[in-house]
Each structure stands twice: as C-alpha cells, then as structure tokens.
Write a protein that binds this ligand. Structure first.
Ligand code: GCU
Length: 643
C-alpha cells in the first residue's frame, strides 16, 4: 500500500532568503545520526528550496555546521541552533541532538520562519518519548482505526521502505522509542524474542537506529513455559530466572539497538506473577535483572484490575485498583524498571482525573501512558484533538520520577497513516509535546497544520479552530461530567448508555430516576482518599470537586444546581445539543476550505465529518432520551427530546 508524507509533505518555496545556508553542509563527525541529519537537510533543500546541497570538508565554507560538542549543555538529545557570521551552527553533545536540531531547522523552513538570527536551545522534556503499537502478527491492530499493521503481516515481520518512512516521521516529531507489538502477546508474538524473527527485527532496529529510535518489544510473561518448556513462570524460581537470563543475552546479542521490553502482566487475563503468589515487583525485577547486563529496561504496565467484577457490588472500585496494586511496592523495583501508568484510573475516557499513582509513587520510575488511538474518543472517525488533554495531564504532578511519555499509537497502513487526516495532529502533537512540554496545544496545532497543508492563513486558522473545538465538542455530546463509558461493548464505538452498566468490567454510571454518578468519596468507594492532599479533600467534597469530574466522584441528583446555576439535567441536555451543533459546525468549517486543500484529502475528511455530524446527533438523542426517561424532567428550553 502506498503512503503519504503526512507533515513531512514539503512544498517548494520561491525566493526563500534562507537558501544560502543550505547550499553547503559540514558535519564534523560521521556517526549514524549525523549521516541521517545530513540526508534530511539534503532532502529539505531539494524539496523546499530546489537546491542541491554540497557536503564540504570544513566548517569555514559551510552554511550549516553540524557540530558535536561534548560540553554542550543541551545534552545528548538536546540541541542549540544559532546563526553566526552567515552560518547556522547546530550543536549538541550527541548525534541524536544534531538530528533533532536538523528536523527543527527544517520545520522552520516549512513554517516559513526566517533562519536569520536564529538562536534556540531545546532540551527534551522527557527521556523516553515512546509509541506503543498494539499490532498483532496477523496484521490486525488492536484498537486500530487506520488499516492494518505495517510491522506485521501473515505472521511475518515486515521490513521495507515504509519502515523507514515511519521512523523518519516519528523522529521528526521527537519520538525516540517504539514498541512494535501488542501488549497482549499471544501466539507467534511470543516468539518475537527468539531467533525465529531475529533477522527481520535486526534489520528493523537498524533502520530505527538511524533515526535515533530504540526498538522495544512487548513480551509474554509466560514465555518460559510457552517457549522454554518449563512447568512454571514463577519469577522467583531459579530455572525461570536462568531462562530469562539466557533469553535476554540471546536477543540483546542479536539486536544491539533493542531498548528493552514492555510487559502487561496479570491484566485482563494475561499471565503474571500473581499465579505464583508473587507480586509485580518480583515479576518485573526478575526480568530487569536479566536485562540489566545489556543495558535493557523493563517497562511494566500498571493497568491491573479485577475484570470479573459484579455490578451489584458497590464497594469494589476499578478506579482504585492501580494504586492498591502498586503503591505498596513503591521503592521495591530495580533501577531499570519503569512503571507505565495510564493517565487516568480507568481507561482512556474522554475525561478522567489523573491517576493517583502518578503522584503517589515517590521512589519508582514512571512513564505516563496516553492513547492517541481514539478508542473511546471517536476512533479516528470523529476528530478529537487530544493534545489539550495531554497538556492538562502532563502539567500535573507526575513529573518527579518522570521517565517519559508513551502513547498508544494511532497509525496503520492507510495511505495517510492515521485513517482520519486530522488524527495525524495527535501523532505529531504527542511527539512534539513529549519533546517540548512548554509548547501549547494551539502552537502544536498550528505547526502541524502548516507543515501538513502548507502556509495558507485561511487553512491554518480554520484547521486550528477545528482541532481546538474537537475535544470539548466530543466531551459535550458523549458521556457527561467525567462519568465515562456509555459506549457499545467490545468495539467501544457509538452510544449505549447502559452498554457497560451490568457488565463485569467495573465501569458503571449508577443512574436511577433521581440522579447519576459514582460516589467515590469516603461514604462511597473511598477512591478520592487515594490522592494526596489537598486533592483528596477537593475531590471528596461535592462543592469543591471540579465540575468536569463531578459524576466521576459523586452521585448527584438531576436537580442539583451546578456553579453555572443550571441543574445537572439541564446541563446534560444543553451540552448534548451544543456538542452535536459543534460537530455540525466542524463540517461547515471544513467545507469552507474546498479548493484550498488537495481534493483527495478534502474529500476524505469531508466524508468523515459528515459521519461525525450524524453520529454526534445519535449520541445527543440517545443520551438526552435516556436521561429524560429516567428523570421525566423536560428540557427548560423546550427542544425536541425523543420520548
Ligand atoms: C483497553 C483496551 C484493550 C487493551 C487494554 C490495555 O482495555 O480496550 O484492547 O488491551 O486497554 O491497555 O491493555
């Protein structure tokens, strides 16, 4: 399948004054990353400036100088770019910094910002900037909405030009690590750590390496049994430990650019240490010990909860599970273990509080996990620009033991990579935000729009407006005030208010004829108490609880007055009418760009927006009708609500 260049869709610029810099490049050293950087500068010069770049042998005559400088304060991945005496110097203590610096310079060209007098310094905000692909070896993608995998097909590993195109796109946005297979490791995927797929993985990792990306694999905790014929996977059993040591020595020996492993254990039916009466620290540490001699890390996911719950039971609370499982283990993990924690305590809903684990753990390395695959936020058929949400999340208190950010990727083998063209803003935006947490969601949207569609004020303004409207709109027409879910079971698309109400997954809204919401205060499940003060008290009290999370923390009567003076039921009606209207406006805004955007892209997006508009109407009607039927309270504004 062919593919497009997404935001690396370079456009020729006429009469650009910055041509002069690009005619001659000098790279002081010749490491892998510098070679890539020079190649990228050459491509940009050719495609944007229509010139051929000459590689020169010294800095004197060069217009761009890639300078490795051991003493650079920007570190190995950071960079300095400055113009001095008609020459641009990109310096860094490492080759990867030179690569990021080069991409930054090219981005400025794309944005049509002058390079004269440029002086910027950038140090990445996160050491790990990671994509997690939930790709299966048969080529399907769990929660994938952009076609099939470009890493796997028919139980084989794919290595081709698209591998390079992927690495290039990811690196240009600042990504430096990629887990290529699904966290649910089954079947042949278990064998990815053996030499069965060794050669392909080595080739892939070499391509990744050129772009500064570490290859990671998800592994199966039961591999010693499934591959090694042991009768146990008990992490404290000496045979199991020895098995892992050998397996790690083998794979790290074959794949030098391997970063380590991501593990989903004792979660949603996956094997883990609980079977043997061990805890997550025992499990993670055994793997970590085996990976340590090779510089490998073990990224252990905290998405652990009881998925066999009874809806009748009002004390067990899925939201509490992550904290209950991992907080007692704080400080017990080896140095090369990083816990990966979903942003919220549930599962990538349109609105959740920040997981209390992120702030709770004091002596444990953490990676924040978010999802750009829009499983619960419109599945890349609706626009939902998530960077404003990630901004709120990453501005939160998790920074202390921060090792990075990981996003469940939204890519697939669709021509435009992300199904919905506008969903690429989430991919780009995640990378940019993880690299530079100071950027605003609006700045990122603007960069992305210009790089993708070219510099055209009308297009940029409209696209940025659409992106920024989209998350609030989605929140308005779907489940209200932080309660979440209300989707069709299994595939999670479209409204179904009671879809998860009597199920085993711990995902309830508890609506009755008087009110809705889960009481997570001390009178209820006690979840609010997992936060450190002052948050615990803030969430505990209905009067101080942020209203966008009201129903996550409290069971609230429909007649309760919000700060706006509106009753809860009126708020539900109003937001649903408004949200659906916003979705309709998104379609109108896009229509105004006809003729300013390539017809192919215009039509692709138009089709999805028409669907979104319809579908938002379906959400509005199902939710409004549901609550009208429960409460029998009419809309104050007399709008039509189906009975
Ligand atoms: C969600 C998602 C699953 C996924 C899981 C995870 O529950 O629906 O498909 O496996 O998250 O994060 O592991």
């Amino acid at each position: 399948m062919s593919y497009e260049n997404a935001w690396l869709n370079y456009r020729m610029r006429q009469d650009c004054r910055d041509k002069k810099y690009f005619s001659k490049v000098y790279a002081g050293d010749n490491c892998l990353y510098t070679q890539t950087a020079v190649r990228e500068l050459e491509i940009a010069a050719r495609e944007i400036l229509d010139i051929k770049t000459e590689r020169v042998g010294n800095c004197e005559t060069a217009g761009i100088w890639l300078k490795l400088d051991q003493n650079s304060e920007a570190g190995e991945e950071g960079y300095h770019i400055r113009e001095k005496d008609g020459r641009i110097i990109i310096s860094s203590a490492g080759g990867r910094g030179l690569l990021y610096g080069s991409f930054a310079l090219i981005r400025r060209l794309q944005l049509e910002q002058t390079l004269e007098g440029i002086c910027i310094e950038q140090v990445p905000s996160n050491p790990y900037r990671m994509l997690n692909h939930w790709d299966n070896m048969d080529g399907s993608i769990e929660r994938g909405y952009s076609g099939n995998s470009f890493f796997f097909q028919d139980e084989m590993v794919l290595v081709n030009e698209r591998t390079r195109a992927y690495a290039r796109l990811a690196a240009s946005a600042g990504i430096n690590a990629s887990v290529i297979n699904n966290v649910n490791v089954r079947g042949n995927a278990t064998k990815l750590i053996t030499d069965v797929y060794g050669e392909e993985l080595r080739q892939m990792s070499e391509i990744f390496a050129q772009y500064g990306i570490r290859l990671f694999l998800s592994l199966n905790f039961a591999a010693p049994m499934e591959l090694g014929n042991l009768d146990t996977a008990d992490p404290l059993d000496d045979r199991v430990k020895a098995w892992w040591k050998e397996a790690m020595a083998d794979i790290f020996g074959r794949i030098p650019n391997l970063g380590g492993f991501l593990v989903k254990a004792d979660s949603e039916g996956r094997p883990g240490p609980f079977t043997y009466g061990r805890d997550h620290a025992d499990g993670a540490n055994t793997l970590a010990e085996a990976a340590a001699p090779h510089g490998g890390v073990i990224i252990w996911r905290c998405f652990v909860y009881n998925c066999q719950q009874d809806w009748r039971d009002r004390k067990t609370d899925r939201a509490k599970a992550g904290y209950e499982n991992f907080m007692p283990l704080d400080g017990k993990f080896k140095e090369n273990v990083i816990l990966q924690i979903k942003n919220g305590p549930m599962d990538f809903q349109v609105r959740e509080p920040l997981s209390p684990l992120l702030d709770g753990l004091q002596d444990t390395n953490q990676i924040l996990e978010v999802q750009i695959a829009q499983e619960y936020t419109g599945q890349q058929r609706h626009i939902c620009y998530l960077i404003p949400m990630f901004k709120e999340i990453s501005d939160g208190s998790f920074r202390k033991n921060n090792w990075g950010m990981a996003a469940i990727s939204n890519t697939g083998n669709d021509e435009n990579w992300t199904g919905h063209d506008l969903a690429a803003a989430n991919l780009y935006g995640f990378g940019r935000l993880s690299f530079d947490s100071e950027l605003t969601a609006e700045e990122i949207a603007e960069e992305w729009a210009v790089c993708t569609f070219g510099k055209n004020e009308k297009v940029t303004k409209t696209v940025v407006k659409m992106l920024l409207m989209s998350w609030p709109a989605y929140e308005k027409y779907t489940s209200p005030l932080g309660i979440g879910w209300m989707v069709n079971p299994n595939h999670h698309y479209g409204p179904n208010v009671d879809g998860y109400e009597y199920d085993r997954w711990g995902t309830y809204h508890r609506a009755d004829h008087l009110g809705i919401g889960v009481d997570r205060s001390s009178r209820g499940t006690g979840y609010a108490r997992q936060y450190r003060e002052p948050l615990a008290s803030i969430y505990e009290n209905i009067l101080t609880c942020p209203e966008e999370l009201l129903l996550f923390f409290h069971h609230v009567p429909y007649t309760y007055r919000l700060r706006s003076g509106k009753t809860l039921i009126q708020h539900i009606y109003d937001t649903h009418f408004e949200g659906a209207q916003d979705a309709a406006e998104l379609a109108v805004l896009w229509d105004s760009l006809e003729g300013c955007i390539s017809e192919k892209v215009f039509e692709r997006v138009k089709k999805r927006l028409e669907h979104q508009k319809e579908h938002a109407g379906e959400w509005r009607d199902q939710i409004n009708t549901y609550f009208f039927r429960k409460s029998m309270i009419p809309d104050e504004k007399g709008r039509h609500i189906y009975e």
